[in-house]
Write a protein that binds this ligand. Structure first.
Ligand SMILES: NC(=O)c1ccc[n+]([C@@H]2O[C@H](COP(=O)([O-])OP(=O)(O)OC[C@H]3O[C@@H](n4cnc5c(N)ncnc54)[C@H](OP(=O)(O)O)[C@@H]3O)[C@@H](O)[C@H]2O)c1
Length: 247
């Protein structure tokens, strides 16, 4: 039920962090994984090498309509339209409601929200034709609860949850499931600098019922489960993976 042989998976933002772990886990279960990052990089090449035969990469800034268009064209040309789409990449900046800049607001919404809609628009028709598919959004606990200076990022994640629910409803008759995972604090490059401050990290852990941060692998295992046949009757779900932080 967990074997993904013969499936093609695109994991956006998989040069590092949660996306990389997800790509490697899907590959270990037999999927042909397309790793993705903003630019070609050694990180992308090493992820492909670690995943083994069947893996490749494609690059492009999801905040740029041109680069996103070129990425989709590359997938079409390679005949590599995904059966499993993991919408993981995001940009996140801390900005107050009292002083955010419109350019940054738009960058977060373009990169995080619009690109996901474009990828769904372009990639769902092939899944519908095949009458099967898996879409997994990587949301955030910030999509359901407020955090200081993360209103714009949180709003983008909340918007994605509504989009995911709508896509789940509209595509269920085609055998396509659409689910969202909601990570809490997961140790990745994204928060490495801030978590280096031990007293801040301890204070944060104290707010999490499990008193620890999560790992990329824990997120990857949940993503791989949602991508598998075992999760065939789960759609429109929003699953916190946060050590109980949402409680
Ligand atoms: N880490 C956490 O605690 C946490 C908590 C809640 C939710 N999340 C969510 O989980 C997902 C992954 O987070 P992470 O911590 O693993 O992230 P990360 O370590 O910061 O990695 C980000 C990934 O996204 C790619 N990326 C960044 N900007 C991009 C752009 N403009 N266009 C295309 N790709 C871009 C990066 O590619 P390059 O390497 O080429 O830059 C990289 O592969 C995100 O959606 C994040 O919001 C994370």
């Amino acid at each position: 039920m967990n074997d993904l042989s013969g499936k093609t998976a695109l994991v956006t933002g998989s040069s590092r962090g949660i996306g990389r772990a997800a790509g490697l886990t899907l590959a270990a279960r037999g999927a042909n994984v397309i790793f993705h990052g903003v630019r070609e990089s050694d990180k992308l090449r090493s992820a492909v090498a670690e995943a083994g035969p069947g893996a490749c990469f494609a690059a492009g800034d999801l905040g740029s309509a041109e680069e996103l268009g070129a990425l989709i064209e590359t997938l079409r040309t390679r005949g590599a339209l995904p059966d499993i789409l993991v919408l993981n990449a995001s940009v996140q900046s801390y900005t107050g409601l009292e002083n955010f800049e419109s350019g940054e607001f738009l960058r977060m919404f373009r990169t995080n929200v619009e690109s996901s809609c474009i990828l769904l628009r372009e990639l769902l028709p092939e899944m519908r034709k095949k009458k099967s598919g898996r879409v997994i959004f990587v949301g955030s606990i910030n999509g359901i609860q407020p955090a200081s200076r993360l209103a714009v990022y949180g709003a983008a994640k909340a918007a994605l949850m509504n989009i995911a629910r709508t896509a789940a409803m509209e595509n269920a008759p085609f055998g396509i499931t659409v689910n969202t995972i909601l990570p809490g604090v997961i140790e990745t490059d994204r928060n490495a600098a801030v978590l280096k401050d031990e007293s801040f990290a301890e204070k944060l852990k104290a707010q999490i019922p499990m008193h620890r941060f999560g790992s990329s692998q824990e997120c990857a295992d949940l993503i791989a489960f949602l991508a598998s046949d075992s999760a065939g009757y789960i759609t429109g779900a929003e699953i916190p993976i946060a050590g109980g932080w949402q409680l």
